[in-house]
Design a protein around this ligand. Structure first.
Ligand SMILES: *Cc1c(COP(=O)(O)O)cnc(C)c1O
Length: 403
């Protein structure tokens, strides 16, 4: 739009040209409406602020939405992962296999329980953990696998579930990107032993901060609930209902409880999930169409037997066709006011993991792709003009830097 009125529209903003947009378009953003705000205010005026009837209602609706029997709400996706690792019985001396191409929390939750993180390399197309690489990482100490649905595209859940079953391992799915994803017709949330979700503002729906673990197993659900409430074996509601005051704590837990305020926002947000998912799909389709014509990048892979929830739209730069690297292209797009991002620095490269002795080079697919990855803005409140601005900016920068 704005660029039509300027004569220097082809000159890159980073070189002094006019940016495609006047203000930065973020890579992700929450979608909060007046209805959400009203719902939160109503709870503030009620008797319950922390874990009460709204939390339970939210858990029920969320679990139903993703096709699971039980939902346990917690105050972050990270807390959900920690609860899941605890519920799976992971402790010091155990090993848990996960992906290097994820947010650090997926690996950190294993460390919280004192166990060893074993990173298995990813598949070159989806950048999801590779079942063949998982098999090579299994030892007598392995107790669980945490798969991640990177960007919202499901991991190879059937193969991973099979490996878990054959080796008697817990199968945890970090579905922080995948609320609304389906895999071979099944909903993510109804497949792994435990599936965790995040309700951070950049995710599909938000509660400010928050998360959920869903499972079909009532014993696991019980362990999850206990862990989120200090490890107490009788919670406030059970105490009230049973009219008794006594409580005990057999194993240590945390205060990972979600509040009523967060939960009512969650219920309100959940109602618009179908619309939010639909908009993400539309944006992805428009991007796919535009970017399939550009030789300097590869649009994301989408397997035919799955439906991605499109949390992120991550392209791979074809560096052999470009005379600038990813970081320079990132800077040039930021100068155009397009809020690009990078997901993710391989987790074993982070200083904490380096200090633990993880050596670069052990995950060649994740590590070589990292240099090519660029996340483009993707959130349901983007207008059609916003989407076109991103496409224009990508075309502008990549054609200027074409080899
Ligand atoms: C967002 C995210 C988390 C953590 O969620 P929080 O709610 O921010 O704690 C974990 N794993 C992945 C893959 C994520 O993207």
């Amino acid at each position: 739009m704005a660029n039509d009125i300027h004569s220097n529209k082809n000159k890159l903003a980073i070189e002094g040209g006019t940016p495609i947009r006047k203000e930065l378009l973020p890579y992700g953003k929450q979608f909060v409406e007046q209805k959400d705000i009203d719902a939160v205010i109503k709870v503030l005026e009620s008797d319950w602020l922390t874990t009460g009837p709204t939390v339970m209602e939210f858990e029920k609706q969320f679990a139903e939405q993703v096709g699971a029997a039980h939902g346990v709400a917690v105050n972050s996706g990270t807390a959900g992962l920690h609860c899941a690792v605890y519920a799976a019985g992971i402790k010091s001396g155990d090993e848990v296999i996960t992906s290097p191409m994820t947010f650090m929390a997926t690996a950190n939750c294993i460390r919280y329980q004192g166990a060893k993180v074993v990173f298995a390399d990813v598949e070159p197309d989806t950048l999801n953990i590779d079942p063949e690489k998982i098999k090579k990482c299994i030892t007598p100490k392995t107790k669980a696998i945490i798969a991640v649905d990177f960007t919202g595209h499901p991991a190879n859940l059937e193969a991973i579930g099979e490996i878990a079953k054959n080796n008697n391992l817990a199968f945890i799915e970090d579905a922080a990107h995948a609320l609304g994803t389906t895999y071979k017709g099944q909903k993510v949330g109804s497949i792994a032993d435990m599936t965790t979700f995040s309700l951070h503002p950049v995710k599909h729906i938000t509660t400010g901060e928050g998360g959920l673990v869903v499972t079909d197993d009532s014993n696991l659900a019980e362990r999850l609930r206990r862990f989120r409430n200090h490890g107490i074996t009788r919670d406030h509601h059970q105490r009230q209902e049973q009219g008794i005051w006594s409580y005990d704590m057999e194993e240590i837990g945390y205060n990972y409880r979600l509040t009523e305020l967060n939960s009512v926002l969650g219920i309100s947000q959940l109602q618009k999930l179908p619309i939010l998912l639909e908009r993400r799909k539309e944006i992805a389709a428009r991007y796919n169409d535009a970017f399939s014509k550009i030789s300097q990048l590869t649009p994301p892979t989408a397997h035919l037997d799955c439906e991605s929830a499109w949390h992120l739209y991550v392209v791979k730069l074809n560096l052999e066709n470009l005379n600038k690297n990813r970081d320079e292209i990132f800077q040039a797009l930021r100068a155009e006011n397009i809020g690009v991002n990078v997901h993710y620095i391989p987790v074993p490269w982070l200083a904490y993991y380096q200090k633990l002795g993880y050596k670069r080079g052990a995950w060649p697919i994740a590590e070589s792709n990292y240099y090519r990855l660029l996340s483009l803005p993707m959130w349901p409140g983007m207008t059609d003009d916003d989407v076109e601005d991103v496409i224009l900016a990508v075309e502008k920068v990549l054609s200027a830097y074409q080899k």
